[in-house]
Design a protein around this ligand. Structure first.
Ligand SMILES: Cc1cc2nc3c(=O)[nH]c(=O)nc-3n(C[C@H](O)[C@H](O)[C@H](O)COP(=O)(O)OP(=O)(O)OC[C@H]3O[C@@H](n4cnc5c(N)ncnc54)[C@H](O)[C@@H]3O)c2cc1C
Length: 402
């Protein structure tokens, strides 16, 4: 380390950690700042496309060191195993200690398979590309044997997975199981379009009863009914790493770091939390974990650290949702446009135009990283307009070191 150098440590090179690191490195390129990024894999995981991997498609191989080329960011491949906010250090792989002046916590989330017996042992998730690829291999065998597949969870991830699988394997018995109605957050017309896609692709939708057990060849519904399932994909419920809670950082009931209006930890202001691992509130309510909201938190935090280093106050984070983009296989999609609080507007897009829109959205993070190495591009589609303006005016951040 050089004398007087400010050390920024970014934990997690997922969608948000990548953007925070690259944007910050560019914004502070003339300052004495060292940015270090830690991630277990050197390959960037495009979580937005994991359902494509599960259906048997191969994705482009994005190497993190290549995406960071020319930024000066130091990449450390490893898993963070402990965090000590009193000493301002993190431990990587139980053996290497890294110190920091500012920490960006971007460890994301994973699917929670702990709540239903058998889900952890007999179901697959879309968390890791290796697991999704193993699912795809099993899927080919199950399809060839005329078996049945269940997708548990009727959120956007479950919908995308069920339709992708059904399109890739016509005639396969695919059942989407959801307590609530899939697409309930969409407007009436977009939801009707979604249900027509389920019919066309032969996806059976079961709603109203939760899954109580996952067995090797069936899932059990509340009440005891067994739905045949030689292969089960679990997409419902999220959990976050316990590192922050274990370290005594203030977290919410879900283990996410509680942040102030500027996205700094309320208990440790030199820790900035972004993406799925942060509990972020806006005037209209809490943000739920999406790439759409996560990328703006990363952009904001990079700008905040840069501002604080110049002795300027942090600004409040403002965000509003714009859309719910949902692929329905490779040849169809539906995009529900939304108000800032994610409730549906009248406008929606379907068919080929929606496919192109969705493709653009899924590919935009990689484009943003490449551009952010040289210019400050925005990853924020909407700052929420009137829905966030007044609250932001009332809420100003604290200076560095406060
Ligand atoms: C199949 C699927 C489809 C989705 N589709 C959409 C969509 O269409 N639109 C949308 O907005 N959102 C979508 N999402 C949600 C979106 O992917 C997440 O909100 C987003 O990935 C959050 O970004 P993040 O940076 O917080 O976390 P991630 O992108 O998950 O990154 C977290 C990173 O931290 C690393 N990490 C974890 N633990 C450690 C540790 N101990 N040490 C070091 N590194 C660690 C992980 O390996 C990972 O690289 C989808 C999610 C899935 C699973």
């Amino acid at each position: 380390m050089t004398e007087n150098e400010h050390r920024v440590l970014v934990l997690g090179a997922g969608y948000t950690g990548m953007l925070a690191a690259i944007r910050l490195a560019h914004r502070t390129r003339r300052a004495r700042v060292r940015v270090t990024l830690v991630n277990p894999s050197a390959r960037f995981t495009e979580r937005l496309r994991m359902h494509q991997v599960a259906a048997g498609q191969r994705l482009a191989d994005h190497r993190i060191p290549d995406l960071l080329a020319g930024t000066g960011i130091q990449f450390v491949q490893g898993t963070v195993t402990a965090l000590d906010p009193d000493r301002s250090t993190v431990t990587v792989d139980d053996r290497t200690t890294l110190g920091y002046d500012s920490l960006v916590y971007a460890l994301g989330s994973s699917t929670d398979t702990s709540r239903v017996p058998g889900a952890g042992t007999h179901a697959f998730t879309l968390d890791a590309p290796q697991v999704a690829a193993r699912f795809a291999a099993r899927l080919r065998d199950v399809a060839a044997a005329g078996g049945a597949v269940t997708v548990c969870g009727g959120g956007l991830t479950g919908i995308e997975a069920a339709t992708e699988i059904a399109e890739a394997h016509p005639g396969l018995d695919v059942t989407l199981i959801s307590l609530g109605e899939p697409g309930a957050m969409m407007g009436e017309r977009a939801r009707a379009y979604l249900y027509r896609a389920f019919d066309r692709l032969g996806v059976t939708v079961r709603t109203g009863r939760g899954v109580t057990k996952v067995l090797p060849d069936a899932v059990e519904l509340d009440g005891g009914e067994l739905v045949p399932s030689q292969l089960c994909l679990w997409t419902t419920g999220v959990r976050v790493p316990t590192l922050a809670a274990d370290a005594g950082i203030a977290v919410d009931e879900g283990g996410r770091i509680v942040v102030d209006a500027t996205l700094r930890s309320v208990s440790h202001p030199n820790i900035h939390a972004i993406g799925d691992a942060a509990a972020v509130r806006q005037a209209w309510g809490p943000i739920h974990g999406t790439c759409q909201s996560g990328m703006p938190t990363a952009q904001h935090t990079a700008d905040t650290v840069a501002r604080l280093l110049r002795g300027r106050p942090a600004r409040p984070f403002r965000f509003g949702y714009v859309h719910q983009p949902v692929s329905l296989g490779r040849r169809d999609a539906v995009i529900q446009f939304t108000h800032a609080d994610d409730t549906p507007r009248r406008l929606y897009l379907k068919g080929r135009a929606a496919v192109r829109y969705k493709d653009f959205v899924s590919g935009s993070p990689i484009t943003t990283y490449r551009l952010s190495r040289r210019v400050n591009v925005t990853a924020t589609l909407s700052r929420g307009g009137r829905a966030t303006r007044r609250a932001a005016a009332d809420d100003r951040g604290t200076p560095l070191g406060a």
